[in-house]
Write a protein that binds this ligand. Structure first.
Ligand code: T6T
Length: 315
């Protein structure tokens, strides 16, 4: 009799029927909502999540906004709620603006797992998986200090205010800079997660401050754009760049000497851990509230041995 009951539940799960314990959600269905579509950091995360979901017997659908923007991510979350997945793995594009739609998903009985970015309100997600971003910013400042001989002015190119990860990186960078008396800060400028805007910021800053020594670019778009800006200004090598992330373009820029160091994350493992935490939550097993994944500083000298950290542009 027990055998028959188990089979019936399995059939229901396969049909998207109402099984599990989550108020009518489909406990075998997961949805990943990245911060933006077609971007190597999130593609690598998706590859990891897909493999793990397959291994554990879950379906995983990915739905991403075309831009890193809460007004575009919100309707995606609302649409996903209607499909009643067991869990949503989400990278909130804003620490407060995404709280309402994600809470709505939680209230509908869907398990919430944060991958990479997080909400300020820690009561909504069951688990959050990310790099130690404050430490990443500190590491960036230490790396840049070495590259510029511990003196000169620095600029931070950030993405969008309200992005938990990049705000923490900028904070870590500013904190560490205080330990380097010979270095100064020209402040933080925002590129709206757009590489072309980052390139213009670099050109304009160099026009006003020709003695600029170093740039910390807090993510992929700011680092790719900073490299373009420096190339356009003809200041290659004079200004040192430390950039977060390791997209194919960033790796190419490191190889050709436009960028001097990359702080690479491990998005594939963030995806794997996200699925594991969702599966734990859906099967009543213990969930880990915060998980930190790897982060490593890569230079031209050691890039060949660090290629496992390079991001993918397809699975
Ligand atoms: O740096 C990653 C991610 O960690 C951050 O939260 C947003 O930007 C990226 O996706 C890179 O574009």
């Amino acid at each position: 009799i027990l055998g028959v009951a188990v089979t019936a539940a399995a059939v229901l799960a396969g049909c998207g029927g109402s099984v599990g314990n989550s108020g009518g959600t489909n406990a075998k269905k997961l949805v990943l909502v990245p911060g933006v579509a077609n971007e190597p950091f999130y593609i690598s995360m998706q590859c990891g999540a897909q493999d793990e979901a397959k291994k554990l017997g879950y379906s995983l659908d990915t739905q991403a906004p075309t831009q890193f923007d809460a007004s575009l991510q919100t309707p995606i979350v609302t649409g996903v709620i209607a499909t009643k997945p067991g869990a949503i793995l989400i990278a909130p594009t804003h620490a407060t603006a995404m709280a309402a739609p994600i809470k709505q998903a939680k209230d509908a009985g869907i398990k919430i797992i944060e991958v990479d970015t997080a909400l300020e309100d820690q009561s909504i997600a069951l688990s959050s998986i990310s790099s130690d971003n404050v430490k990443g910013g500190q590491l960036a400042a230490q790396t840049l200090a070495k590259l510029v001989g511990d003196k000169g002015s620095t600029l931070v190119i950030n993405t969008k205010a309200g992005t938990s990860t990049t705000d923490q990186r900028a904070q870590g960078f500013a904190d560490e800079l205080k330990n380097h008396a010979g270095m100064s800060s020209l402040g933080v400028q925002y590129n709206n997660n757009d590489a072309a805007t980052a390139a213009s910021i670099v050109t304009a800053t160099l026009a006003a401050h020709p003695d600029l020594a170093g740039i910390f670019a807090t993510n992929l778009s700011s680092a790719e754009g900073a490299a373009t800006g420096l190339r356009n200004a003809g200041k290659l090598g004079q200004v040192k760049i430390v950039g977060f992330d390791a997209s194919p373009q960033q790796v190419q820029d490191l190889k050709s000497g436009v960028i001097q160091a990359l702080i690479a994350q491990d998005p594939a493992t963030i995806g794997v851990d996200g699925v594991d935490q969702a599966a734990a939550a859906l099967t009543g097993k213990p969930v880990t509230r915060h998980i930190q994944t790897d982060m490593v500083s890569i230079t031209q000298a050691d890039m060949d041995s660090q290629s496992k950290y390079f991001y993918r542009s397809k699975c």
